[in-house]
Design a protein around this ligand. Structure first.
Ligand SMILES: NC(=O)c1ccc[n+]([C@@H]2O[C@H](COP(=O)([O-])OP(=O)(O)OC[C@H]3O[C@@H](n4cnc5c(N)ncnc54)[C@H](OP(=O)(O)O)[C@@H]3O)[C@@H](O)[C@H]2O)c1
Length: 304
């Protein structure tokens, strides 16, 4: 009989790919949604509710063998916004999974940012959630994924950067020595499905990236973009005071438009951190997972 997976965040950029990958592998999916949904598909059931509603979470996980917790707050103008969703919401979901008496594995989509909780409210909320979920899981096998910056069709965060690069301009945050890493969303979705059915798992946080050894320097990104567009690419350093000004403006504006800002002073520390290289070793050794889409391939084939 097909296994059932309860998924949160299935309406978001990454979650949509996770749901698609699970359905393509024959899983039955129960997905949480905060709005009325329309895309009905075989083996997909939408459950209305949010991470704040215990009753909806209990309904979501009822009868589910696995939970993939991908919902998360990625933008916010104050720390409490991240804590309420990423920490308290995650613990509420784990509680529901435990009380269901049926769930065997729970996968938390954290972030590479959790490696440095001191950098931002977001990073800290993911780190604290990892710690508290680990303490709470007991009989449930917990997995923690720490993907680096994820891109793919449907993403709105990295797309402007990639589009600009292919027009010949590369805006650079932080210093020229910075090491970055990337991951195509299809590789992440595949890793999620593989983890659910793996023979053995470990709670140790798995880093995920596209496997480019040591990460990408800005110069390497420039070279790749130049090769793909077959023309020059100019790096434009964005000075820190300008970033801070943009962050302050978007924080201010967010209060009037009722939409949380992506760029805040807290986020700048994360963006300009010098080492966001990642290592797939643990996931490869445990599950034989390896990424298929490199940054160069994605840029050449416009997979973003
Ligand atoms: N994108 C990246 O580069 C990246 C990298 C590392 C880790 N991650 C993690 O991956 C996850 C998904 O990120 P994403 O880029 O796909 O973000 P996204 O497009 O903003 O999607 C976020 C998802 O979470 C849901 N959500 C947020 N708050 C919720 C709440 N209180 N109750 C129920 N659902 C809630 C959203 O629902 P609505 O549709 O109703 O808003 C949406 O489905 C997040 O946990 C993020 O931290 C992302």
């Amino acid at each position: 009989m097909s296994k059932t997976v309860a998924v949160t965040g299935g309406t978001g950029f990454i979650g949509k790919y996770i749901v698609d990958d699970l359905l393509s592998r024959g899983f039955t999916v129960r997905a949480l949604t905060r709005t009325a949904r329309h895309d009905s598909r075989d083996n997909l059931v939408w459950i209305r509710g949010s991470l704040e509603e215990y009753g909806a979470l209990a309904k979501l996980v009822a009868g589910a063998d696995f939970v993939v917790h991908c919902a998360g707050q990625v933008r916010g103008r104050k720390e409490a916004i991240f804590t309420q969703c990423n920490v308290e919401g995650s613990l509420r979901l784990m509680q529901a999974a435990k009380e269901s008496g049926h769930c065997r594995r729970f996968l938390f989509i954290s972030s590479l940012a959790a490696r440095h909780p001191e950098l931002s409210w977001y990073a800290n909320s993911k780190f604290v959630a990892e710690q508290e979920l680990t303490a709470m899981a007991s009989d449930i096998e917990l997995g923690i994924f720490r993907p680096t910056a994820v891109y793919g069709t449907g993403d709105t965060e990295l797309k402007p950067l990639f589009s600009m690069m292919l027009r010949g301009f590369l805006p650079r945050f932080g210093t020229s020595e910075t090491q970055l890493s990337f991951l195509h969303v299809s590789d992440l979705a595949m890793a999620v499905s593989q983890w659910l059915i793996a023979d053995r798992t470990t709670v140790y946080p798995y880093e995920l990236c596209d496997g480019h050894a040591g990460g990408y320097s800005w110069q390497r990104i420039q070279e790749i973009a130049a090769a793909v567009r077959n023309g020059p690419v100019r790096i434009i350093g964005i000075p820190l005071p300008l970033l801070k000004f943009i962050a302050d403006m978007s924080t201010l504006i967010s209060q009037f438009v009722g939409k949380e800002p992506m760029l805040t002073r807290s986020k700048i520390c994360e963006l300009t951190h010098p080492d966001w290289s990642a290592n797939n070793k643990c996931l490869f050794e445990n599950m034989n997972w390896f990424p298929r889409v490199s940054l160069e391939y994605a840029l050449r084939h416009r997979l973003f």
